[in-house]
Design a protein around this ligand. Structure first.
Ligand code: FES
Ligand code: FES
Length: 155
């Protein structure tokens, strides 16, 4: 099947098996290993990408579903050398430990904060409830997202 889609700002056209999982396509064909596979069954959020601005679990997505979509992975979130405010806040607030959950968490949060400029802490927690972290206890992640929300409001 010939598909075309936009990946991190670049148009891609390729012949591919439509049943290929998007996680595998991104990691193996495009070398975008920031997209992680944790559970592979839609439970952990590590494989989250943005499709037309919405968080999607790439382990549950098939290549055919990419057709015509605008896909952003963690590798495409920054503005050139300038990190996205959520990425920067994760660094500044020590919200990354092993880092396995971080790409998916950051993409989910970036989409949420774009739609919810003044979130409460409860809303922030809810927004990342599909992204599991086994390291941080979430406190620093929520602190980082509160800070990122303020920066995004000012930009
Ligand atoms: S790897 Fe996709 S949700 Fe866990
Ligand atoms: S930082 Fe290790 S899983 Fe979240």
């Amino acid at each position: 099947m010939l598909i075309s889609f936009c990946l991190n700002g670049e148009l891609k056209k390729l012949n591919i098996s439509p049943n290929r999982r998007v996680t595998d396509l991104l990691r193996e064909d495009f070398g975008l290993t920031g997209t992680k596979e944790g559970c592979g069954t839609g439970e952990c959020g590590a494989c989250t990408i943005l499709a037309d601005g919405e968080p999607r679990l790439s382990c549950l997505m098939l290549a055919a579903q990419l057709e015509g979509k605008k896909i952003v992975t963690i590798e495409g979130l920054s503005d050139g050398q300038k990190l996205h405010p959520v990425q920067q806040a994760f660094i500044d607030y020590g919200a990354v430990q092993c880092g396995f959950c971080s790409p998916g968490m950051i993409l989910s949060a970036a989409a949420f904060l774009r739609q919810t400029p003044e979130p409460s802490r409860d809303q922030i927690r809810e927004s990342i409830s599909g992204n599991l972290c086994r390291c941080t206890g979430y406190q620093k992640i929520v602190d980082a997202l509160e800070a990122a929300a303020k920066i995004m409001q000012e930009e």
